[in-house]
Design a protein around this ligand. Structure first.
Ligand SMILES: O=C[C@H](O)[C@H](O)[C@H](O)COP(=O)(O)O
Length: 262
């Protein structure tokens, strides 16, 4: 089974497998969204079923909630949890300061609320997500449907005034229909190429009426666990730099691989 995994899936898996070691009995855990986070949910599910780990999970999307229940994790709402011990999530890009672009899967709003309400945010990523400067990945912003075209025009104008390199703004689609988030909103993708000052851009975008949230996660992430296609895994800590390099053994996890690939 292991042989059928692509290097990128191996990278995502080893990052997830390492990250769940941060989770302890009794914790309230934020469960991210996306293909990397799905590995993490599976790994946690295995710990719940086989090792008797007792956790409560707060999912960041309906997709993750379904998967979490399927693998045996007790699911609660953020309001029931109040506060979280740790959130583990994927990212579309991360830089040297562990700032992120998220929202490639459209879950950025719930993800940012959940990560902000956590003592610690751990990002799991394959090595392709590391960048020197954020912005090659289109920056998603969540906008309310009312007047969204006017909001789009205002965002375009803002980008001109901010002298940002790339200024194309596109509405995310799902087939012929607009993509709709779990909160019933639309997503605009900002094709910027390079974001010189992510902190400033994030603040300015969120001041615009109609914009609910943007996919820049600034000073939120504490740790990135980075996976490589050959099984190596690195842990980058915001305070301590790279603190660990290791190689995980795939052999013991064949059952998880088969589940994920079904
Ligand atoms: O909205 C989606 C999330 O922000 C994801 O965590 C992000 O897009 C990364 O997804 P993936 O692990 O599938 O690359």
């Amino acid at each position: 089974m292991t042989g059928e995994l692509s290097p990128i899936d191996k990278a995502k898996f080893v990052a997830a497998k390492r990250a769940v070691e941060f989770v302890e009995d009794g914790m309230r855990v934020g469960l991210g969204t996306g293909s990397t986070a799905a590995w993490m949910v599976r790994c946690l599910g295995e710990m719940v079923r086989e090792d008797g780990l007792k956790i409560r999970g707060v999912p960041t999307s309906t997709r993750t909630a379904e998967l979490a229940r399927e693998v045996g994790i007790e699911v609660i709402t953020l309001d029931e949890a109040g506060w979280l011990d740790v959130t583990i999530d994927g990212a579309d890009e991360f830089d040297g300061k562990l700032n992120l672009i998220k929202g490639g899967g459209g879950a950025l709003l719930q993800e940012k609320i959940v990560a902000t309400a956590s003592d610690q945010m751990i990002v799991i990523a394959d090595v392709g997500k590391e960048v020197e400067t954020l912005g090659a990945f289109p920056l998603p912003i969540e906008v309310i449907p009312f007047g969204w075209q006017t909001t789009k025009l205002l965002v375009e104008e803002l980008l001109i005034n901010m002298d940002v390199l790339g200024r194309e703004v596109t509405q995310r689609m799902k087939g012929d229909e607009p993509f709709v988030t779990d909160e019933g909103n639309f997503i605009l993708d900002l094709h910027l190429g390079r974001i010189g000052n992510p902190h400033q851009l994030s603040m300015v975008l969120n001041q615009m009426p109609g914009v609910v949230e943007n996919g820049l996660f600034i000073d939120i992430c504490d740790i990135v666990v980075l996976g490589y296609g050959d099984g190596r895994v690195e842990t980058r800590d915001i305070n301590e730099g790279t603190v660990e390099e290791d190689r995980l053994d795939f052999a013991e996890s064949d059952n998880l691989f088969s589940d994920m690939l079904d």
